[in-house]
Design a binder for this molecule. Structure first.
Ligand code: AMP
Length: 274
């Protein structure tokens, strides 16, 4: 595996790759969720490039940019063991110039739910993902359904800009209790970890209701909120179609249930695709 930190070194390393490239962009502090993306990329491509870049432009003022978990040594080992060909770990100066062009998330889909709670987050996310996709030269890029709105916006960006890369959605990986894995879970103590399960439990409760024939989204949301009383603060519970339009009735095969809540220090998100 080649670990490269500059764009020149990345371009050099790419010359030694042959065949299709699968790309997995991350912010590091890798866990089994990231690993599953890497494994899927390995299966579907001859070569895999992973990037680790904690992108400052997608953090809002007062968020955890400085304290975001960084585990460079462990991350390098994980990528090596997973059979990654090139690990790209640039610093901010490699990626950004002064007086940049800006990328704008769409006015509606980019500013609801996560975008409403974190205004501007998706502009920064799209800006860096566009750069990284172009740098990687990948035919396929892998994104987790865990960040459902991010996945939808990246897919839209690829379509809007006629990019040739295929965006591949990957399933959410959870721990043995159902907690969706996240680099930010390290902020949780044991008691908070237990209460953090209320997110996945609320989705399970919703599933139970839907399986028993309840399709009214208001009823399902209020059931979810009951379970979410264990969280410190619920930021939103939403039931949308795959285009992120609010739904009155569950549409099997076209619905995403989303939840965001604070438990202890971090804000956590989870969702379920039905
Ligand atoms: P991050 O490092 O948090 O920016 O995540 C990098 C990629 O990994 C994104 O596409 C995430 O959606 C994905 N990811 C993060 N956590 C999980 C998880 N628990 N299951 C599946 N994918 C995940």
């Amino acid at each position: 595996m080649r670990v490269v930190r500059t764009i020149d070194a990345l371009q050099e390393a790419k010359k030694n790759l042959s065949g299709s490239i699968g790309f997995v962009p991350t912010m590091g502090a890798l866990h089994k969720g990231h690993l599953s993306l890497i494994q899927q990329a390995k299966k579907e491509n001859e070569c895999v490039i992973v990037s680790i870049f904690v992108n400052p432009t997608q953090f809002l003022e007062g968020e955890d940019l400085e304290s975001y978990p960084r585990k460079e040594e462990a991350d390098i080992k994980i990528c090596e063991l997973a059979g990654v060909d090139v690990l790209f770990m640039p610093n901010v100066d490699q990626i950004y110039e002064k007086d940049e062009l800006s990328m704008g998330a769409p006015a509606i889909r980019g500013y609801i739910l996560e975008g409403e709670k974190r205004p501007g987050h998706f502009d920064g996310m799209l800006q860096v993902v566009m750069k990284l996709l172009n740098l990687s030269g990948a035919q396929k890029a892998y994104f987790g359904k865990k960040d459902a709105q991010q996945l939808a916006l990246v897919t839209q960006m690829a379509k809007t800009y006629f990019m040739e890369v295929q965006i591949v959605p990957c399933d959410i990986i959870r721990d043995e209790n159902g907690l969706a894995l996240s680099s930010r879970n390290v902020y949780l103590n044991d008691e908070e970890k237990y209460r953090a399960l209320s997110l996945s439990k609320s989705l399970k409760r919703a599933t139970k209701y839907i399986m028993s024939g309840e399709l009214d989204t208001e009823v399902i949301k209020s059931e979810m909120l009951e379970v979410l009383k264990e969280a410190d603060m619920v930021e939103y519970v939403a039931i949308v179609d795959r285009e992120f339009n609010n739904l009155k009735k569950i549409e099997i095969g076209n619905t995403i249930l989303l939840v965001a809540a604070r438990v202890g220090k971090p804000r956590l998100i989870d969702n379920l695709w039905i």
